[in-house]
Ligand binder design. Structure first.
Ligand code: NAP
Length: 279
């Protein structure tokens, strides 16, 4: 099994260059999927309060037999708990459900600008980190404007922004902002989920050239962009395929051709963080 390279965050911790997405894996099957993912080599596991599977994720990690400090667990605060005290309580509930005493990465799931309390939520995450309950803190689905608001308010730059990112929506502008601010990009729906571009000629050609599957080409593209993809698969064979992306390299031309698949309306659903409210 190849060791997964890591990326250093702005708080000097490190994250593996690929993680495992867990939505909508739940219950015993969810725990089993997490266990097989860890056996396949994944060390970063992405969950959220709203996936209703934190307990299953914790169970899968324990079943794997891996030591707590060899796995990075990420979870997310839902929009209904953006009040400062609610955010702290929700984080403590997350730790309880996972049966751990700290979380490696804790994110605000969506900014929910309609509620407009994400600065309060961010202050709570800053305190959770100071108290040692969260090693790293970050956000998800934040635009440049949301990022600048919380940084201006708190003086603390998120370590990570987890956003929709796949070949049809490569987030070129936001990635530039992240690079300028020192924020690590994480890619959700990295394969493009139901709209995965496996049949695109540039992806098929790269898959033939490197002797790998189209999904591996897409995940390798993320790694070469410097983003951290978190593909989900319930299938052990595809879990193994998705993480087997560190023994080949795309050319700059291939990377550029995949990025060029991007479309202005390439989002999977109407998940524009300025309008999408998720509680
Ligand atoms: P995804 O990882 O792009 O795609 C998952 C789909 O692709 C599943 O249907 C899976 O089916 C299939 N698949 C996986 N590997 C494959 C392969 N090698 N070949 C062919 N098909 C393959 O999409 P996602 O699950 O939406 O996103 C990943 C994770 O991102 C989620 O699980 C979640 O943790 C996170 N996420 C975060 C947010 C947010 O707002 N922060 C939003 C959405 C998602 P099988 O299971 O059958 O393999």
């Amino acid at each position: 099994m190849t060791a997964i390279p890591t990326r250093r965050l702005n708080d000097n911790t490190e994250l593996p260059q690929i993680g495992f997405g867990t939505y909508p894996l739940r219950g015993n099957e969810g725990a089993h999927a997490v266990q097989t993912a860890i056996s396949a080599g994944y060390r970063l596991i992405d969950t959220a309060v709203n996936y209703d599977n934190e307990a299953a994720v914790g169970e899968g990690i324990r079943r794997s037999g891996i030591h707590r400090n060899e796995v990075f667990i990420a979870s997310k605060l839902p929009g209904r708990f953006h009040d400062y005290d609610d955010a702290v309580d929700s984080a403590r509930e997350t730790l309880w459900r996972l049966r751990v005493d700290y979380i490696d990465l804790y994110l605000i799931h969506w900014p929910n600008p309609g509620i407009n309390k994400y600065t309060d939520a961010w202050q709570a995450l800053v305190q959770l980190q100071k108290d040692g309950l969260a090693r790293s803190i970050g956000v998800s689905n934040f635009t440049e404007q949301h990022l600048r608001v919380i940084i201006g308010d708190s003086g603390v730059v998120p370590a990570v922004n987890q956003v929709e990112l796949h070949p049809y929506f490569p987030q070129e502008e936001l990635r530039t902002v992240h690079a300028e601010l020192g924020i690590q990009t994480e890619s959700w729906s990295p394969l493009g989920k139901r709209n995965a571009p496996y049949g695109e000629p540039v992806i098929e050609a790269a898959a033939r050239a490197h002797g790998v599957a189209p999904a591996q080409i897409i995940l390798r593209w993320h790694v070469q962009l410097g983003t951290i993809p978190i593909p989900k698969s319930a299938n052990p064979q595809r879990q193994g395929q998705n993480i087997d992306i560190f023994s080949f390299e795309l050319t700059d031309v291939e990377v550029a051709a995949i990025t060029a698949l991007g479309k202005a309306d390439g989002r999977l659903f109407d998940g524009d963080p300025d309008r999408h409210e998720e509680l």
